[in-house]
Design a protein around this ligand. Sequence first.
Ligand SMILES: Cc1cc2nc3c(=O)[nH]c(=O)nc-3n(C[C@H](O)[C@H](O)[C@H](O)COP(=O)(O)OP(=O)(O)OC[C@H]3O[C@@H](n4cnc5c(N)ncnc54)[C@H](O)[C@@H]3O)c2cc1C
Length: 149
Amino acid sequence: MQKSIIIIGAGIAGLSAGCYGQMNGYRTQVFEMHDKPGGLCTAWTRKGYTIDSCIHWLVGSSPADNFYRIWEELGAVQGRRMVDHDEFMRIEGANGKVFIVYTDVDHLEQHMKELAPADKKVVEEFIEGIRACTRVDLPIEKHLSYMVP
Ligand SMILES: Cc1cc2nc3c(=O)[nH]c(=O)nc-3n(C[C@H](O)[C@H](O)[C@H](O)COP(=O)(O)OP(=O)(O)OC[C@H]3O[C@@H](n4cnc5c(N)ncnc54)[C@H](O)[C@@H]3O)c2cc1C
């Protein structure tokens, strides 16, 4: 008899568990208390506006990233165009100064140094931290607890 898995919650985790269960020969049933799947990763329309509560960035959106393989396995990226924005976010201060979090690290470094020349050293440390993160490709085949070197 085919083994069966019951999954509570139809968020990304539950839906993924359901897909992987089926890929591995299990019968899966996902139980969701809301009337829609998606969990926190959802959007809705109100008075002609779409309120997109998530996702602002997708880990593994680049085909060069290990995580991309997971999205491919789940059928989430095929035929979709990834949009890489120049700006991740912008924060406007009371004085009208605008801090823009550019997605391009070099551009971000230049912008931060222009905004706060006195913080040059701290900015460089921060930027080096970001660059170090970009060199990390999580070994997805390992258990989560072994992923971080
Ligand atoms: C505003 C916002 C922005 C975000 N931006 C990003 C982003 O840019 N990039 C990114 O990677 N992540 C982002 N996240 C995080 C990401 O959305 C979540 O980590 C992810 O959706 C969580 O998925 P999950 O399946 O683990 O949990 P959830 O989405 O919480 O799903 C759990 C599901 O279980 C259901 N449930 C709970 N209890 C029961 C029960 N007893 N019986 C039946 N059903 C039950 C819930 O209704 C829900 O549908 C953002 C989250 C928010 C809120």
